[in-house]
Design a protein around this ligand. Structure first.
Ligand code: C5P
Length: 266
C-alpha cells in the first residue's frame, strides 16, 4: 500500500504516468503561491551547494540538558526585566527583525538562532544561526542568492539581496515540519491559515531542547497585542493568516502541563 504521507496527483500533460508528490511539498507550495515554475530538486541542490547539509541537535540523552528561551515579539516584554533570565539559556531564539539594542534589560542581548523569511530578514553576526522558514520555494532560492550573488531582489516586495550571515550556520526548517505543526498541533483544516512564526519556533524548540521557556507571546496586561519595539504601540489583529486562538490555547495548555514555562511579563 502507498505511504500515508503521499498523495496522488495528476501528472503534467506531457507525462503518461501519475506521479506521487510528498504531501508536504503540496502543502508548502500552497501556502504562498507564486507564479514562477521551479524545479524543487534543483533549488534544493543549489541550496546545499552553499549551506552545510549536516544533521544538528540529534544528541538528546541523559547527559544533555539544553535550556532554550523562545523570545516572541510581544509588547508584554516591555518593563519585564527578563533580559538576564533570557540570556541565561543555552539557546536564545529570536524572530524576524526584532531588535535587541536598546531593549537589553527586558529582552536580553544574546541571540543563538534568528528565525526569519525573506520579507522579515535582518543582518546577523557571525555567531548566530539563521533559521529560514520557507513559505514558498522562492524563499529557498532567496537564501541561496542572498548568501552568494544577490540576484534575487524582490519577492512580494523589495527584500535584502545580500545578507550578512554565517553560511555555515544557516539552517532551513523543513516544509514537512511546518506541515506537521499545522496538522498535528493546530489541527487546522484550511491552508488559508497556517502557524505563526512564534508557534513554529516554540514547537521546534520543544523538539531540540530539554527545557523550553517562552517569553514575548500574547497580549500585555491591558489586552493589547503589539510589538515591543514599536515606538507608538498600535494593536494589530492578532490572528491575521494565523490561527491565533488555537495557538494561544495550545500554549496555555502546554504551560499548564509544565511542558513549557510561559513568562507573560505581568
Ligand atoms: O509579529 P512577529 O511575527 O514578528 O512576531 C513574532 C512572533 O511573536 C509571532 O509569530 C507570535 O507568535 C509572537 N507574538 C505574540 N504576541 C504579540 C506579538 C508577537 O505572541 N503581541
Amino acid at each position: 500500500s502507498k505511504p500515508a504521507q503521499h498523495q496522488r496527483v495528476e501528472a503534467p500533460q506531457h507525462s503518461k504516468c501519475a506521479v506521487y508528490f510528498p504531501e508536504f511539498l503540496i502543502y508548502s507550495q500552497s501556502l504562498q503561491s507564486t507564479r514562477s515554475k521551479t524545479n524543487y530538486s534543483q533549488v534544493i541542490k543549489e541550496l546545499f551547494s552553499v549551506i552545510p547539509g549536516e544533521e544538528r541537535y540529534r544528541d538528546a540523552g541523559p547527559s544533555r540538558c539544553r535550556t532554550c528561551a523562545v523570545v516572541g515579539n510581544s509588547g508584554n516584554l516591555l518593563g519585564s526585566y527578563y533580559g538576564p533570565v533570557i540570556d541565561n539559556h543555552d539557546f536564545v531564539f529570536r524572530m524576524n527583525k526584532a531588535p535587541v539594542q536598546g531593549y537589553e534589560k527586558d529582552v536580553g542581548s544574546r541571540t543563538t538562532h534568528r528565525i526569519m523569511y525573506p520579507e522579515s530578514a535582518t543582518h546577523l553576526d557571525n555567531n548566530t544561526h539563521l533559521v529560514l522558514l520557507p513559505f514558498k520555494t522562492l524563499d529557498i532560492q532567496w537564501v541561496t542568492s542572498a548568501l552568494t550573488d544577490g540576484s534575487i531582489k524582490r519577492t512580494w516586495f523589495k527584500v535584502i539581496d545580500q545578507l550578512q550571515a554565517n553560511k555555515d550556520k544557516v539552517m532551513v526548517m523543513h516544509p514537512a515540519f511546518m506541515h506537521y505543526v499545522h496538522n498535528a498541533w493546530l489541527h487546522i483544516k484550511s491552508r488559508r491559515s497556517y502557524p505563526s512564526t512564534g508557534f513554529l519556533v516554540l514547537i521546534f524548540a520543544m523538539h531540540i531542547c530539554d527545557e523550553v521557556n517562552v517569553f514575548g507571546f500574547g497580549a500585555n496586561s491591558k489586552g493589547t497585542w503589539h510589538h515591543y519595539f514599536e515606538k507608538t504601540p498600535k494593536s494589530f489583529k492578532r490572528t491575521g493568516k494565523h490561527s491565533g486562538g488555537i495557538e494561544c490555547e495550545t500554549i496555555l495548555e502546554l504551560h499548564k502541563r509544565r511542558l513549557i514555562d510561559l513568562y507573560t511579563g505581568w
